[in-house]
Write a protein that binds this ligand. Structure first.
Ligand code: SF4
Ligand code: SF4
Ligand code: FES
Length: 310
C-alpha cells in the first residue's frame, strides 16, 4: 500500500513556525508509524527529527500526535490509522515547546514529576503490611512509562501551565498508598493548594490517551477521596463536593441558590461574582422557591442514610 505521511517540520534556525511536508512511501500491512518514520529518515529526508528508543512501548520516548491524538509511534499501525481516518497527519506533542520537527522539550514534564518527590521516603521502619498486598491499591499507577501523553492532552495544563498535571498526580497517588513511605500526610497536604488535585477539571482526556492504562484522572479522584477523609475540605473545589452532597441530602434535589453560598461563604468577593448569574437564574425560573419541598425528598434522604449504613 502506498501511503502519504503529512509530517510537521520545524527547524528553529530556518523556520518562523512549523509547516507540513508530504512523504510518500510503500507500507506493509504490519508497518508501525515508527518504522515508517525510520524509513523516511533513511530513504527520503535525513533531516527528519524524532525521538525513539525501545520500539516496544516501554521507554515512552516516541510519543507524538497522530491524526490529532497522542500516541506512541512504535505502537501505532499505519494500516489502522489509514483505515480509521483515511490520512496520516503526524505532529509533535501538544502543550510542550517544540525543539525540532517531532521533538519537544520535556523539562516542563520532568519538573512536575520531581515536584511530588517521586521516590519512597523511608524512616527505616518495616511496614506491617506485605508489599505484595498493596498491588490492588496501586490501581496500575505504577505502570507509567513517563511518555507525557497525558500532559500533552490535559485541558487544565493547557490553560494553567502551573498545574501539576496528570502523570505527576498519578505518581503522587502511587506513593500515597505505599506503606514504606513515612511522609504520606505531608504529601497529601502538599497537593491541596492551587495547581494540585483540585485543579483537574475531569475532562478524562488523560485516561483516553494513556498507552499504559494508568488512568491518571482516576488516581486524582482517589487522592481527592483520601483528602476528604483526612478532612482537607478548605478549598472551593473540596467544598463544592461536600456541599453538593449535603444540599442534595437535605433537600432531595440540587438547590443552585444555596450551593454557591455554602461553597463561597468564606470568599465574599468571589461570591459577588455570582450575583449576575443568580439574577439570570431567578428571571428564568431556575431557582427553587424557598421553603418548597422537592418531590421524593424523603426517598433521597433514605438513600443517603442507607449508603452511610452500608
Ligand atoms: S482529567 Fe484532569 S488531569 Fe486528566 S487531562 Fe483532564 S484536566 Fe488534565
Ligand atoms: S500516566 Fe500514562 S500517559 Fe501519562 S506519562 Fe504515564 S504512561 Fe504516559
Ligand atoms: S520507542 Fe520506546 S515507547 Fe516507542
Amino acid at each position: 500500500m502506498r501511503v502519504t505521511l503529512k509530517i510537521s517540520k520545524f527547524n528553529p534556525e530556518q523556520d518562523r513556525k512549523p509547516h507540513f511536508l508530504d512523504y510518500t512511501l510503500e507500507a506493509g500491512r504490519e508497518m508501525t508509524l515508527l518504522s515508517a518514520l525510520l524509513k523516511v529518515k533513511a530513504e527520503i529526508d535525513g533531516t527528519l527529527t524524532f525521538r525513539a528508543s525501545c520500539r516496544a512501548a516501554i521507554c515512552g520516548s516516541c510519543l507524538m500526535q497522530v491524526n490529532g491524538i497522542q500516541k506512541l509511534a512504535c505502537q501505532t499501525s499505519i494500516y489502522g490509522e489509514m483505515w480509521r481516518h483515511g490520512k496520516l497527519v503526524v505532529g509533535p506533542m501538544a502543550n510542550l515547546p517544540v525543539i525540532k520537527d517531532l521533538v519537544v522539550r520535556m523539562d516542563p514534564f520532568w519538573k512536575k514529576v520531581k515536584a511530588i518527590t517521586p521516590y519512597v521516603v523511608s524512616n527505616g521502619a518495616i511496614p506491617s503490611v506485605e508489599l505484595k498486598n498493596i498491588h490492588d491499591d496501586l490501581h496500575n499507577a505504577d505502570g507509567c512509562i513517563m511518555c507525557a501523553a497525558c500532559l500533552s492532552a490535559c485541558t487544565s495544563f493547557e490553560v494553567s501551565p502551573q498545574f501539576l498535571g496528570p502523570a505527576a498526580l498519578a505518581k503522587a497517588y502511587r506513593f500515597q498508598v505505599d506503606p514504606r513511605d513515612a511522609v504520606r500526610p505531608d504529601r497529601l497536604k502538599a497537593l491541596q493548594g492551587e495547581n494540585g488535585i483540585w485543579d483537574c477539571v475531569r475532562c478524562n482526556f488523560c485516561v483516553e490517551v494513556c498507552p499504559k492504562g494508568v488512568a491518571p484522572m482516576e488516581q486524582i479522584i482517589r487522592l481527592r477521596r483520601l483528602s476528604l477523609k483526612a478532612q482537607w475540605t478548605d478549598s472551593v473545589a473540596a467544598r463544592h463536593i461536600t456541599q453538593f452532597s449535603n444540599v442534595v441530602r437535605s433537600e432531595g434535589r440540587l438547590n443552585e441558590t444555596r450551593l454557591p453560598v455554602l461553597m463561597l461563604c468564606t470568599y465574599p468577593l468571589k461570591m459577588l461574582r455570582f450575583i449576575p448569574l443568580a439574577v439570570k437564574m431567578l428571571l428564568r425560573g431556575k431557582m427553587p422557591f424557598p421553603f418548597t419541598r422537592a418531590p421524593g425528598r424523603d426517598q433521597v434522604r433514605a438513600l443517603f442514610l442507607k449508603q452511610r449504613g452500608s
